[in-house]
Design a protein around this ligand. Structure first.
Ligand code: BTN
Length: 272
């Protein structure tokens, strides 16, 4: 079952300033592409691009992002943070915290953050984030924060090849009320707006909250790097910019760009 999404419903659900400027599309290639174009033409901080359906949704590392009309919440938020590009990772960390807070406040689901950009429920992916930035001199000019959340998808509607790893709010809530996409959007934007000053300041509180919500810290992991190499070790902590620190043998490796390929629980004795 789906719900209606329109500019009016989005505006009615806003809880703050973010989202006041909105471009809504029944169908679009990618809200991030539209957001980047808007940013180039002077789009203001807090502007959002929302689509009922994307035909060319992008994921990280050149992957495509699955969409189905009416089933997902898919939007991009334009930020103009006063941050140097090498601190851009903190934006993804903050977005993850904001999404987790919003989902936890609207449902009883104890969702977690799978570093760096997934929201998961019992290990299955519920949402993904893709931050694309443009820079000017030594600061970020615009950061287009794309968020996709599987809201109404049933098991059958999830492509077979993703089914074991993906889930939706409807699947997890199993017959209980699923929040409307506009309401979910309003809550997420409100949480991002609330956490934004800390994200762009020293971010200590954001990192502490992200650690508490992490599905990764304390686990043995295999992390795949952008060049295809892997690092195996124990996910220990986040650094000041949200990079993952992995203990391997006697050393600690800091991973700025990567993704978790394997995640293993560690029992209390430390054995895996
Ligand atoms: C990932 O998990 O790899 C990131 C997925 C990000 C998907 C969202 S949906 C809204 C926005 N528009 C896009 O094209 N991608 C992001």
């Amino acid at each position: 079952m789906t719900d209606d999404l329109s500019t009016e419903q989005i505006k009615d659900a806003l809880t703050g300033r973010f989202g006041e400027f909105v471009r809504f599309f029944e169908e679009i290639g990618s809200t991030n592409t539209e957001g980047l174009d808007w940013a180039l033409c002077g789009g203001p901080e807090g502007a959002i691009v929302v689509a009922d359906h994307q035909t060319g949704g992008r994921g990280r590392w050149g992957r495509s992002w699955f969409s189905a009309p009416g089933e997902l919440l898919q939007f991009s938020l334009l930020l103009r943070p006063n941050l140097s590009p090498n601190r851009a990772g903190i934006l993804t960390t903050g977005l993850g915290v904001a999404c987790a807070r919003a989902i936890r406040s609207l449902t009883d689901l104890a969702v977690q953050i799978k570093w760096p950009n997934d929201i998961v429920m019992d290990g299955r992916k519920l949402a993904g984030m893709l931050v694309e930035s443009t820079t000017m001199g030594s600061t970020i000019d615009a950061a287009v924060c794309g968020i996709g959340i599987n809201v109404h998808l049933s098991e059958d509607e999830i492509p077979e090849e993703l089914r074991a790893r993906a889930t939706s709010l409807a699947i997890e809530l199993d017959g209980r009320d699923v929040p409307d996409r506009a309401v979910l959007l309003g809550h997420i934007l409100g949480e991002i707006e609330a956490i934004y000053p800390a994200m762009t300041d020293d971010a200590t509180s954001v990192l502490a909250e992200a650690a508490g919500l992490s599905a990764v810290l304390g686990h043995d992991v295999v992390v795949r790097l952008a060049d295809g190499a892997t690092i195996e070790g124990r996910a220990e902590s986040f650094d000041d910019d949200g990079a993952l620190r992995v203990a391997r043998g006697g050393e600690v490796v800091t991973v700025h760009v990567g993704e978790i390929e394997q995640l293993r629980a560690v029992d209390e004795s430390g054995a895996t």
